[in-house]
Design a protein around this ligand. Structure first.
Ligand SMILES: C[S@@+](CC[C@H](N)C(=O)[O-])C[C@H]1O[C@@H](n2cnc3c(N)ncnc32)[C@H](O)[C@@H]1O
Length: 276
């Protein structure tokens, strides 16, 4: 039986969810905009701190549309509500509630669009998760899923390879993170019973290169997460873990001040039209 919350397996850490709160529809889930309509009933599964959920409600849905963000634990629901109350206190077409992707608290065929952004990548049972997303989607509605492909991260110039390796090693040491989640998303969807002809696959990336402010924000959030997030790459060697963490923190500081540097994470996306 898959555990409901392996992402925060050692307990909720705000320094971790803070690294997700810069995400918007524009910078993270643009692939849904070709099918999204303003009157849609949307479900955002594994919504994290809720920045994408709130953006959807505020800028993409009208008073006939609505979005619900779901997370398995109350800390994330509280964090998302705080985000909403600060960013858009008067919005009334968004709400957050507890629930797991393995057993969503909704009837079959409820939503026009069901989104899971960077969630399948962290599941012990991704196939079951994908099946549950499709169950609560209306016939003729859409499931939209996007995951990073951590193995194909690029850190450049070569002297920053440690930054790439840290991401990959951290993922390998997590209770459940698939470093090839992006490239295997279509394969998993087909295994989950999604009809191949109804799947549209696309690819996008987060590229940190020219925008100095974006690079600074990334490094500030990432280094705070390394210091306070409790994530380890050498679980059995505390000293080595601290040593490498400090090296990575320094490398990010060097990288952010280097005009030649870039960091790229590729992602794969699928939009599935549930057959009528
Ligand atoms: C990398 S974060 C992505 C958060 C958000 N979708 C975003 O992109 O900002 C992955 C999220 O999946 C959530 N999650 C983990 N297991 C889950 C489950 N069984 N059901 C629903 N969400 C889950 C985690 O709590 C975490 O917030």
């Amino acid at each position: 039986m898959a555990n409901d919350q392996v992402y925060y397996s050692k307990g909720f850490k705000k320094s971790v969810s803070d690294t997700h709160a810069w995400r918007t529809v524009d910078n993270s889930t643009k692939f849904i905009t070709s099918v999204l309509r303003p009157d849609f009933k949307v479900l955002d599964v594994g919504c994290g701190p809720g920045s994408i959920t709130v953006d959807l409600a505020k800028n993409y849905l009208n008073e006939n549309g609505s979005v619900i963000g779901v997370e398995p634990t109350q800390e994330l629901i509280d964090t998302a509500n705080e985000f909403k109350n600060t960013a858009a206190p008067s919005l009334n077409n968004v709400k957050f509630q507890t629930g797991s992707i393995y057993e969503l608290p909704f009837e079959d065929n409820t939503f026009d669009l069901v989104l899971a952004h960077q969630v399948i990548i962290h599941l012990q049972d991704p196939i079951k998760g994908l099946q549950e997303l499709a169950r609560v989607t209306k016939s003729g509605g859409y499931v939209a899923v996007k995951d990073a492909d951590l193995e194909s991260i690029i850190a450049s110039p070569e002297k920053y390879e440690l930054l790439r390796n840290y991401f990959v090693e951290k993922a390998k040491n997590a209770v459940s993170t698939d470093i090839k989640a992006g490239r295997t998303l279509r394969e998993k969807a087909v295994k989950a019973g999604y009809k191949p002809d109804n799947i549209t696959t696309s690819k996008s990336y987060w590229l940190l290169a020219d925008d100095i402010e974006a690079k600074k924000q990334w490094v500030e959030l990432t280094n705070n997460r390394i210091k306070n997030g409790g994530e380890v790459i050498y679980p059995n060697d505390e000293k080595k873990n601290e040593e490498v963490s400090n090296q990575v923190i320094s490398k990010w500081e060097e990288w952010v001040n280097d005009e030649t540097s870039l960091f790229n994470i590729s992602h794969f996306e699928i939009v599935y039209k549930k057959p009528v």
